[in-house]
Design a protein around this ligand. Structure first.
Ligand code: SF4
Length: 483
């Protein structure tokens, strides 16, 4: 993908993770928030609530999770919608609720199956946390999603946004559900210039949003706010002329609708170079690919991937030392939620220079396009950050041998791929390899996390998108029945 993977444009909600330790509400922050965010004219607030709700009841989209008040299903939808567009979520929601229609079904399902059902949606910690929380509901609450804020908020992965959304939509509890979209709408309508990246602003917005909830209509009102942010008061080019609250929107009246909200930019992700081995089996493993499982904890925990190693810091250039990804070590920035907080878990196979090579956010660049323009080339197109294919292949071979005790014989470069997390950018080169002395050997001679995977077995393993794309590219080019 020519641009780094970003959260899906127009995604419904920023990723929410339960804070590790509650955000400390200092006296100063709390008092500032309450002063700033409650001093708006009652008439302006009343106008907002009334007109927004009326608009929503007429214009709301017919979405599958809006067709019932099943709290378990609403919960699933809210988790899926974090960082992800509605269009992307709908098929996943259908599939997931078919596979795991009840709290019990999800609570008792093997994690592999849950991750597989989530495969491609990204932010896999969401799926793991959801299942863990659902298990708590199954065991401690008899399978009924609790309707008290205290109990629901205590579940794994449930932060203030998810709690407010589920409790208001499913149980009509007057709880605010404030995410980035809601903060954008409120910033514009009330002309709030506080930095929404700061905890004090969020706290203030939650107070304000709570204040705005019309009596008895919490679920509809919260969804109305979200709907306005998704459909009208969009990040770029808000559709003010069709907005139900335009007449009293202070941001629009001040000509600030395009410049609000105020939000400090996150640091750009740190680049990492990775060399990937696509290892083809021979003999009794002919037609299979060697895969390995990621560590139990950390980024993309327990998902499957192609064996790969990390080069030293990019700043070190091609001579930088190499370190293999240790099987028992979490990735840098081990907390997946943090790593992915600003980006979808999706990357893509890079196109050759000059190719458009990108797809819409969350889409997949066709694998064949990734190699078009390079077919017939002797190797990958090197940038100064890379050391050339011969050197890369030698490094890949030695690092996998040293760190994993896997003897590979790299044959040729086959693709470039990349993947962005919020603070990491994986720049990857993929090399087709054979296994050395143990080619065709039983799996027992490989590290325990390794498996030979036949094409038809891909359905059994959950891969992050970045590896899924490489595997699909390979399958497209070689066919699933390659001998
Ligand atoms: S008038 Fe424009 S800026 Fe104001 S809330 Fe509506 S869409 Fe947003």
């Amino acid at each position: 993908m020519s641009k780094r993977q970003q959260p899906e444009s127009g995604s419904e909600h920023p990723l929410e993770e339960k804070p590790v330790g509650a955000v400390k509400r200092t006296k100063a922050a709390g008092s500032k928030a309450s002063r700033v965010f409650t001093e708006y004219p009652a008439e302006q607030k009343q106008f907002f609530s009334t007109h927004l709700l009326a608009w929503y009841l007429i214009h709301r989209r017919d979405l599958p999770w809006r067709r019932s008040r099943n709290p378990y299903h609403i919960w699933i939808s809210e988790v899926m919608l974090q960082q992800t567009r509605v269009d992307t979520v709908i098929p996943y929601f259908h599939k997931f609720t078919e596979l795991f229609p009840t709290v019990e079904a999800l609570a008792t399902a093997p994690e592999d199956e849950v991750l597989k059902a989530w495969e491609g949606l990204g932010y896999y910690s969401r799926a793991r946390n959801l299942q863990q929380a659902v298990r708590e509901v199954h065991e401690q609450y008899g399978g009924t999603v609790p309707d008290s804020k205290e109990e629901f908020s205590s579940l794994r992965g449930v932060g203030p946004y998810t709690s407010g959304a589920v409790l208001s939509i499913a149980y009509n509890k007057p709880e605010p559900a404030v995410d980035g979209n809601v903060m954008r709408v409120l910033s514009r309508y009330f002309l709030i210039e506080d930095d929404i990246a700061k905890p004090a602003a969020r706290i203030g917005m939650e107070k304000l949003a709570r204040d705005l909830i019309p009596e008895g209509a919490a679920g509809d009102f919260n969804q109305a706010l979200m709907e306005l942010g998704a459909m009208v008061c969009t990040p770029r080019s808000p559709q003010c002329l069709t907005c139900p609250v335009m007449d009293q929107c202070a941001g629009r009246l001040a000509g600030r609708e395009e410049t609000l909200p105020v939000k400090t930019k996150a640091k750009p992700p740190m680049p990492e170079r990775r060399l990937v081995a696509l290892i083809e089996g021979e003999g009794e493993n002919a037609g299979r690919i060697l895969i390995r499982q990621r560590p139990q904890e950390g980024l993309l925990a327990r998902m499957w991937e192609l064996p790969h190693v990390v080069l030293g810091p990019s700043a070190g250039g091609p001579d930088a030392p190499m370190a293999a990804v240790s099987p028992g070590t979490a990735e840098p920035g081990a907390d997946e939620a943090a790593a992915q907080s600003a980006a979808g878990d999706a990357g893509t196979v890079l196109a050759a220079p000059g190719d458009p090579g990108d797809a819409a956010a969350g889409g997949i660049a066709p694998a064949s396009a990734a190699r078009r323009g390079r077919r017939g080339a002797a190797g990958s197109a090197d940038s100064p950050a890379w050391g050339g294919d011969a050197r890369n292949m030698a490094l890949l071979q030695s690092a996998l041998a040293d760190e994993e005790h896997v003897d590979v014989l790299p044959q040729e470069w086959i693709a470039d791929t990349n993947h962005t997390f919020s603070h990491l950018y994986w720049d990857m080169k993929v090399y087709r390899c054979r296994l050395g002395g143990s080619a065709g050997a039983p799996a027992g001679q490989l590290p325990y996390r390794y498996r030979w995977m036949a094409p038809e077995e891909m359905e059994r393993y959950a891969f992050p998108n970045v590896f899924l794309r490489v595997l699909k590219m390979y399958e497209e080019e070689h066919g699933p029945s390659r001998p």
